[in-house]
Structures are given as C-alpha cells and as structure tokens.
Write a protein that binds this ligand. Sequence first.
Ligand SMILES: [Zn+2]
Length: 516
Amino acid sequence: MPASQPRIAICGFSIECNRFAPVATRAHFGYFAGDEIAAEARLPAPRMLGEIPGFVADMDAVGAWEPVGIAFAAAEPNGPVDHQFFAELMTDIESRLTAALPVDAVYICEHGAGITTADDDPDGVLFETVRRIVGPDVPVVATLDLHANISDRMVSTIDCFIGYRTNPHMDMRERGIEAAQTIRELLAGTKTERAYVRLPIVPPTVTMLTAAGPYADMIDFGQTKIGPSAKTGDKPEIMNVSVMGGFAFSDTAKNGLTVVVTARRNRRNQSAAQTVAREIAQFGWDNRERFIPRLTPLNDAIAKAKAASGDPSLPAVCFADVADNPGGGGRGNTMHLLKALHEAKVKNALVGIIYDPALAAEAHRYGLHYQFDAQFNRDETTEFSEQWSAPARVVGLTDGDCVGRRGIYAGMSLKMGPCAALQIGGITVVVVSHRRQCADPVFFEMLGLDIAKARIVVVKSRGHFRGGFDEFFAHEQIVEVDLPGLTSPMLHNFKWSRLPRPVIPLDDGVEWTPPS
Ligand SMILES: [Zn+2]
C-alpha cells in the first residue's frame, strides 16, 4: 500500500522538433528544477502549458501528497535540440530522481516529438531512464501532445499513456488531471497493459483538426471504446485511448499515425488493448484518402482578399499562413503573403505576428507616428525568409508582456519582447521580438488593434489560432493558403531522409494489413 502521503516525482522534456529548422539550444528552453516545478504550477499564470498545473491542482484538491520536483525543460517548437543540452538534462533528471528515491509514482510531462542533433528518440530515452531508476513496480504515467511520434519504448516503459484529444490543443489541463486520477488508481493497485498500432500515414498538420475531419472521426471512434462494462458495471476495461497524429517534420523512422491504448489488466480478455488499438487503426486506414490536404493557391487567396477588402457586405476573411507556423518550427517571418497583399493594395488588413527583433527595436527607437522604410529580415534570412522593405509608419508600441486570453495560451504569462504595429499601406503589421505562433488575439489587442473591425486578418499559425480567433471567424471564413515555408503541409515539398516509406500522402500504392 502507498504511503498516506504519496511522494510523486514530476519531470519532463517538452519540445516538438522540425528537422528542417535551426538547432534549439538551452537558451530556447524554460527550465524548472526541484521545488520550482510545483511552485510555478501553482501560480495563477504559470510559465508552462496546462498539464503540470492541472496535475498539481488535482492532487492538491484530493488529499495530502508530496510533489517531488525533478527537472522539466520545455520550449516552443523549434529545430533539433542540441544533444549536449539534452544529455545535461538527462544527467540532471537521473541524479535528482536517484537522490529522491523512494518515490511512490512518477508523472512525466512530455511533448513526444523531440529529436536531438544525435538521437531520434530522446522522449523514449527519458521514459526508459525513469523506468530504470524507479524499477518495475512504481507507477509511471505520461501525458503527451497528439503530435508525438511514438517509439516502442515510449509505450512499453510506462504504465499509462495519455495523449491530448484536441487540436487546437485545449485539453492540456484536463489531461494533467487525468494523469493525477490515473496515478491514484495505480497506487491503489490497478495494473495495466498497453498496445500500439502504427499506420503508414503521416498526416499533414492541417488534416489533424479535431472539430471535424478524418482525425476528429478517429478520435471520436476511439473514445467510444471507453465505457463501463455492460456486464459488470465495473470500471471500463479500457483506461485510455490516444490517437497520435504525430509531427511529420521530425522526419523520423517512428513517424506515422499511431493508436496507443492502455487497458486495465486482470480482466477476462488479456488482449483488450491490442484488439481495440487494431480496430481504431483499421478505422483510420479506411479513411486514409481524407488525410491528403487541400489548400488555397496564393492567387485565389489574393482574389478573396481583394473582394473582402472592397466589399463590406462580404464576410471578413482570416488567412492562415500554415507554412510559416512558429508552432511547428517556422521562423514566423516569411514575406510571401504580406508582399502579395501589399501589391494588391488591400485595405483594412491585420498581419501578425512577424518575428523580427531588429525591426521592432528600430520602431521603438523612432517612437510613435515616425515614418521610415521598414526592412524585414535584415538579420535572419533563410531559404524561405527573404528580405523585403516598404514605407511604414509606427502606429503602436508595447513591451510585449501580456497574458494569453483565449485558446492554447489562455491564462499563460507571455513575454513577446519589444513589439510594434507598423502601418504599411492598408495593412497593419505586428512585429514581435520573441518567436511564437499567432494563436491568441492578445497579440493584436496588446497594440490597441481591433480584430473585429478588420476585413482581412493574416495569422502565422497552423491550427491553434482557431482556438483563439473563433470568436471572430467561423470555420467558413478561414482560408489556409498554399505558400512556401518550413511547415508547409504539402509534404512533397521536402526532402525526407528518415520517414518510413512508402507512406501516405507521399507515395502511391501504400498497403497495410492489421497486425494479427
Ligand atoms: Zn501539438
């Protein structure tokens, strides 16, 4: 039996890595160690996503426990992680967890789509290390982003695998709470079995929304497998179903839509997890054609923008620059759409948020109302982020300290660094100093800009903007534009080195037979 006041270790490594983006270093990470983890989680606006705060709040609400903070490193999506930094994190986790023994359980808060400059499965390394240190009998539960790419050891070394079920991600806190509930059940004696089935489908991010579409249907179908047993009225046999879409741009051998099922052991049917994982995978396979993306070509997008700009009786339009999504490792600074809108002389448009610290600093030096030639990307140019300049006027300035208002960042303290609003023809462009995806209306509002009055709003985000901007734009008003960029969902645009092949949507004649 567990102690009356269980000691529960908390650790994790949380980043989604795009192999085509520049290397992420220690400087990109928020790093919390020891007692800082629970202390930060208990703040009203913590500097972390909702899983650990949800976990800690639920444990606090239920009874006495002792959080044993180990180490937690989290970053915005970026390129591969500098392996030296990952090795240092692992050393820190190993030494702190070893020193903390005995613990009654471990909660791992992980993204699951990490790669380093030397390892394609750092998440698996972390899970395996935790298991080795605590031994086979201590419950280990992990929460993961549904963009996680799944390895065998990420499933086999833990007791319960809990993936997000919403995209845009809205259920981080709920999943943290689920982890707390699960750990309590495991401490009371429940044992589990896990199974996973991977499909040869690497879904482009835009086909992985959970409000509607093939991925939503697959998740919903999976959830129907959880329910109290009709025969016994007992706890359901299936504890958790996680349908993990994965993150294509990690470009690893473990990519592919993967169903992970955790079942309660000691039931009549020993292979419940395997059976259910296979059924859900079959459902996904039957819907495989629907995972091929359809985006709007730039010319059609510009025609729509001109129409909306000129005719106030038409609905306003939200253009998503899904190919330059900082939430997927994009730099947040490509000019294709801004340039085309400017050339088309559209009016009453908002564009955000462009990552360009040099330009934001320059605007702050000049001050409000100053007119100058705004030069974008003078410091950072990549294959996709070309330089561009245009006459501009400074119409807004802020230090960029804000609290997220809606969607993925709601309630989270955000530091965007010096930010400026620049009027460029009929377009107001928000320039920021810290790279982040435009998932929250606050990034416009902090500069006094009124989203409801704009005819055209451009967001550099793939899907999370939907959770933030849904109060302004219905599904039909959103246009995903086909542009070049590091996070283009048109997967043929990239040179893949490690994805399993053949795979949908890259290859023809892909076949799959369910595992027996
Ligand atoms: Zn994600």
